[in-house]
Design a protein around this ligand. Structure first.
Ligand SMILES: *Cc1c(COP(=O)(O)O)cnc(C)c1O
Ligand SMILES: [Zn+2]
Length: 416
């Protein structure tokens, strides 16, 4: 907390003091990076200190975060992060990979990666005495904010597209958030939420609008480092795959690894691969064009969590891939659907956007971006229970039978 120095614009580089700005750069409306006093952090704490910390959550990295201890022990706020890193041999074998890891974010309290950002935002909001926190969301960021706010008895207000999967909308309401379903897409919900935050003086969590979201998301990079890269990294560089909508998760991972390099605790940042749905691929197109200019698309994919016309963190997402010798790639909805049961067969249940990262691994192998000896990690960013309709589309239907042995025998013939 004492090591939080202020902000620096990701586009023009202008620096601001902590109390000078709240959201975007006043000059060019670009997203701001937080500046931390890394030498002070390195002087006060070490990798061994971190390893010895019994806290099994993202809050084990408190010395590296720009907020003070939020308290609220024994609440879901303190259960975010430190998600499992699986190494399913059958999945690696199915792709001919030597080592394939899945980091499963569905074990977070609200069942997606978004809890990391929302937990940090809720901590920040209580420090700045913000009473109402608002966000636009395709569903998961809203559920995460609603859940984390409920955990600390804060008020959350969510704008989601009316087409969000029913399970996600139900989750928002159960957590007690005020929910408005917008008759429009995610981009429309974003615009309305920002206008409403200005009008009513609410604190806005919006992804890559609020500079603190990345600070929560970067904790996943710290975990990958502790779980896989420290003290001794694998012989070959790690290739890390994550699905991309706004680009804030991949930007957060990049930030987290760069922090560790600045601290002198990591020598090489993993290669970061961003996976977009072919129907929502604004960043991937800019990557292919070798450009930093991101043109909006008319997003159309069943992976609702990564369905975005104009990604709000596109530039930092592009740089995350370019600066780490990674890449952006696209996968079709068909490939995403096929990835859901592939993960399911090793006990991991992903929503479409979560499965997209694994679909991207297959794509990257086919196109030679990665080799079979490369250690590979793919995030599952959200639980399959979030979108049951997609899961059923991916897995097919079970036969309905009369409660008799003869009906069973018949069904066993037709449904082997
Ligand atoms: C939000 C989300 C993503 C993408 O994160 P961005 O920061 O928008 O790129 C991927 N998967 C799931 C499940 C998500 O909820
Ligand atoms: Zn600027």
């Amino acid at each position: 907390m004492a090591s939080f120095l202020g902000y620096q614009c990701s586009l023009c580089g202008t620096r601001y003091a902590p109390d000078e700005v709240t959201y975007l750069c006043p000059k060019d409306s670009a997203v701001l990076d937080l500046r931390m006093d890394w030498p002070a952090v390195a002087a006060a704490t070490s990798p061994d200190d971190l390893r010895a910390n019994p806290e099994r959550s993202m809050w084990r990295y408190l010395p590296l975060l720009p907020v003070a201890d939020p308290g609220h022990h024994r609440t879901p706020l303190r259960a975010v992060g430190w998600t499992p890193l699986y190494r399913p041999p059958a999945l690696a074998a199915s792709l001919g990979l030597d080592a394939l890891y899945i980091k499963d974010e569905s074990s977070n309290p609200t069942a997606s990666f978004k809890d990391r950002a929302s937990a940090l935002l809720v901590a920040r909001a209580s420090e700045t005495n913000a009473e109402v926190i608002v966000t636009a969301s395709t569903g998961n960021a809203g559920a995460a904010l609603a859940g984390m706010a409920a955990a600390v008895s804060a008020q959350a207000l969510i704008f989601a597209p009316k087409t969000a999967p029913p399970a996600k909308i139900a989750q928002l309401l159960v957590y007690g958030a005020r929910v408005f379903l917008v008759d429009g897409n995610y981009d429309a919900a974003v615009a309305l939420s920002q206008a409403a935050a200005d009008e009513f003086g609410w604190y806005c969590r919006n992804t890559a609008y609020n500079p603190f979201t990345v600070e929560g998301k970067k904790t996943a990079a710290y975990e990958v480092w502790e779980q896989l890269l420290a003290p001794e990294p694998p012989d070959r560089p790690l290739s890390l795959f994550v699905s991309v909508g706004d680009g804030n998760i991949i930007a957060g991972l990049h930030k987290g690894f760069r922090d560790l390099v600045e601290l002198g605790w990591l020598t090489q940042t993993p290669r970061l691969f961003g996976v977009q749905a072919a129907g929502s691929a604004a960043i991937a197109r800019a990557f292919e064009a070798g450009s930093e200019q991101i043109e909006p698309v008319s997003a159309d994919t069943l992976a609702d969590s990564i369905s975005v016309d104009l990604p709000s963190d596109g530039l930092r997402a592009l740089r995350a891939a370019r600066q780490t010798d990674g890449a952006f790639l696209t996968v079709s909805d068909q490939e995403i659907l096929a990835a859901i049961p592939a993960l399911g067969r090793v006990g991991i249940f992903a929503e479409p956007a979560g499965a997209a990262a694994f679909a991207g691994v297959r794509k990257a192998l086919e196109s030679g971006l990665i080799k079979s000896h490369d250690p590979v990690l793919a995030f599952n960013t959200g639980s399959g229970l979030k979108d049951v309709a997609a899961a059923r589309q991916a897995a097919g239907e079970a036969p309905i039978i009369a409660p008799t042995l003869s009906a069973l025998k018949e069904a066993m013939e037709t449904h082997p």
